[in-house]
Design a protein around this ligand. Structure first.
Ligand code: SFD
Ligand code: AMP
Length: 625
């Protein structure tokens, strides 16, 4: 096998991932580490400037509470999130983020992020909690601050983290490999902060052959946070709460600005407005169906009912919305023309800031939004605890807010000592988005340093045999390929191994068909989940035969391995929860109703890292102190 050098790195706090949460953690941890003579190291599989979900930029900051302005209170944000998640959220965690998030937004502005300003002063709001930004360079700006605080010498890019290293029930570091050089990495750390995003391509995407890779969620986040924390023995929560965004069809342009800023309607092919015509359906989902804003999954659901009745496609009425705003100037033709131009450019910028491919699709298909509606559709399911999904690790809340059941010493520490998490990696604290993930990273980064100072955990030692075993396991796909690829004339047809793309197709097909993907109208049941688990088990057996022709494919192998565990956590949790709580995200055909008596609770799970046996449990939803 090609020679792979083993590189060992020692540090006090290891930050995994370089996304929004990790950049927040870096800023805060670097400050407190310096005061205490500690070393912090950040590792990302990509380049921090353009890594993670914000890589392409964003057009809005979706969480801003406006405490200083007196616009809203922390309690109001907590209520909003809890209602949106059909009653299932950790008040303490949501409040912890909400009271710090404005601070992150003010830092972004200080670091150079242009936030739209209203003529009368203050920020331009997209909606009650959302601010409009010129966000093409959002991630570059946030990354620059992280680099300045941490020092570039403490940032290691293009290293893919495979899994945790544990010692005596505590986290002792991580292992991974370079995606550019033949190097295997061992990181020894006294504390670890994990924020490697959520997961995409667990389910079959709407775009397959012709547009494979095109999805709402960027294809590079593949369940590494779940795998890392699960394999460390950390408890997980809300693994059933996937997110299905409704987006402009085929290129996934965001809808928030259209619904909130431009006040657009969405109608079916016959002009009917499902949010109006199907209002009665919301009675079936009370009390959550009757609040404002109507929870995201219920908004989805009403549209899906139209589609299932053959009333699709669904259209965003862009032309109507823009004309309505411009019509305020109808008595002044010059001002009217100028307003139309301004709105038109705002509409295009919304996409150019964060979903460039949507602007390209509009251009390629002759769409002029001021003249013509565009189709919108429900996307395939994603795992993103920071948006309107809720899956992630179960972490401690802050001492002053968390009830005793939710507090074990340090904010954002998982149920494993020394392991911290934030952003998409933590559950039951949805609607933190980019700004809240950064704020949560700051909270966790600071807590991790406090943990190091207070507990002074020992420097981990890792014996050579363990290192060699991890290295062999990590590089096995390369070895398999080298050994067997000559057996056939075409490398992707070979009885001795499975290439990552084929493996991913198999995973996606079974998730689509058994776990409620697009192809099964987001519907599943006990029988389907059980059969899905059986097939997942066989897929897992075959994961031993994943093969990689090069370093890039080695990364693809491990991404798929991580996705498989995300899939299993999801199916097991959907199976355990015997009700339908989030129609519009998924529907349990055998338990089609909300059941507050039995299921107004968190469903959590753990997996024994050695035996890989799963335990499912219910946890109470408790108010904050
Ligand atoms: O509107 C490894 N989000 C939006 N938030 C907003 O505030 N405004 C918007 O406009 C947003 N829109 C949006 C959003 C998300 C997505 C997917 C889209 C559109 C298409 C939400 C935020 O983006 C999100 O909340 C944060 O980014 C979450 O932060 P974090 O840190 O939890 O995840 P990350 O930023 O994706 O970073 C993950 C990092 O991990 C790295 N990584 N590194 C090493 N080894 C591995 N194995 C790794 N696996 C992953 C990644 O490289 C990355 O650096 S809107 O449309 O909703
Ligand atoms: P999106 O572009 O769908 O990610 O939405 C951006 C933000 O607007 C998120 O905070 C969403 O929850 C919110 N949002 C989107 N559509 C609506 C809507 N119709 N009503 C209320 N909030 C919405």
């Amino acid at each position: 096998m090609a020679n792979f050098e083993t590189v060992q790195v020692e540090t006090d706090l290891l930050i995994l991932g370089g996304g929004m949460a990790s950049c927040g953690a870096a800023v805060e941890a670097a400050y407190w580490a310096k005061k205490n003579g500690l070393k912090v190291t950040l590792v990302d599989k990509a380049a921090v400037d353009r890594s993670g979900a914000v890589a392409m930029g964003l057009s809005a900051i979706n969480q801003y509470v406006g405490l200083k302005e007196g616009d809203n209170t922390v309690e109001e944000y907590v209520n909003y999130v809890k209602q949106d998640l059909m009653g299932v959220a950790r008040d303490d965690l949501v409040a912890s983020i909400a009271r710090h998030v404005d601070g992150s937004v003010h830092l972004f502005e200080k670091w150079g992020l242009p936030i739209w300003k209203a003529e009368e002063g203050g920020y331009v709001h997209e909606g009650r909690w959302q601010l409009m930004i010129n966000g093409e360079s959002y991630k570059v700006i946030v990354a620059e601050a992280a680099k300045n605080h941490l020092g570039v010498e403490n940032i290691i890019e293009r290293v893919f983290i495979v899994g945790p290293i544990m010692k005596d029930g505590q986290v002792a570091g991580a292992y991974g490999f370079s995606v550019r050089e033949n190097k295997f990495y061992i990181f020894k750390a006294r504390a670890v902060f994990c924020a490697m995003g959520g997961a995409v391509h667990v389910f079959k995407p709407r775009s397959t052959g012709e547009g494979l890779g095109r999805a709402w969620y960027p294809p590079w986040n593949s369940g590494s946070s779940l795998y890392f924390t699960l394999k460390a023995g950390a408890e997980q929560t809300c693994q059933e709460v996937r997110f299905i965004p409704v987006r402009f069809k085929d290129a996934y342009g965001p809808v928030g600005a259209w619904f909130l800023l431009f006040k657009s309607r969405a109608t079916n092919a016959f002009g009917g407005e499902y949010m109006v015509e199907r209002r009665d359906e919301l009675q079936n989902w009370k009390p959550y169906g009757l609040v404002k804003p109507i929870p995201a999954n219920l908004r989805n659901y009403l549209g899906m009912l139209d589609v299932m009745e053959g009333k699709g496609p669904i259209y965003m009425r862009t032309e109507e919305a823009l004309q309505k705003i411009a019509n305020e100037y109808k008595d002044d033709p010059k001002a009217h023309k100028a307003k139309v131009k301004e709105l038109e450019s705002e509409a295009w910028e919304d996409f150019l800031d964060m979903t460039i491919s949507q602007a390209i699709l509009w251009a390629a298909s002759n769409v002029e939004p001021e003249k013509r509606s565009s189709e919108i559709a429900a996307a395939e399911p994603y795992f993103i605890g920071s948006h309107s999904g809720a899956s992630g690790a179960w972490v401690s809340g802050p001492e002053d807010l968390a009830p005793p059941e939710y507090f074990w010493g340090y904010e954002n520490m998982c149920t494993v000592k020394g392991l911290f998490a934030a952003g998409d990696a933590t559950g039951a604290s949805s609607h933190k988005f980019s700004s809240g993930s950064h704020a949560e990273g700051r909270i966790a980064g600071k807590a991790a340093i406090r943990y190091l100072v207070n507990e002074n955990p020992p420097k981990p030692t890792i014996d050579d045999a363990t290192i060699e075993a991890l290295k062999a396991k990590t590089l096995k796909p390369i070895e398999l390929f080298e050994e067997h690829s000559g057996f056939t004339s075409q490398v992707d047809v070979n009885p001795n191994y499975i290439l990552p793309k084929m493996y991913m197709f198999r995973l996606q097909k079974l998730m689509d068909e058994y776990a409620g993907g697009v192809g099964s109208q987001f519907t599943t049941s006990k029988v389907l989940c059980e059969r899905g688990l059986e097939l997942l088990d066989m897929l897992k057996e075959d994961s031993d035969f994943l093969a990689a022709a090069d370093l890039h494919e080695l990364m693809r192998c491990w991404e798929n391995y991580h996705r498989t565990y995300q899939a299993e956590a999801h199916v097991r949790t959907m199976l355990f929860r015997e009700e339908t709580r989030w129609p519009g995200y998924y529907f349990r055909a055998d338990f089609p109703k909300l059941d507050n008596e039995n299921w107004l609770c968190f469903v959590n799970c753990t997996m024994d890292p050695e035996t890989e046996e799963w335990t499912m449990l219910k946890r109470d939803i408790l108010p904050m102190k």
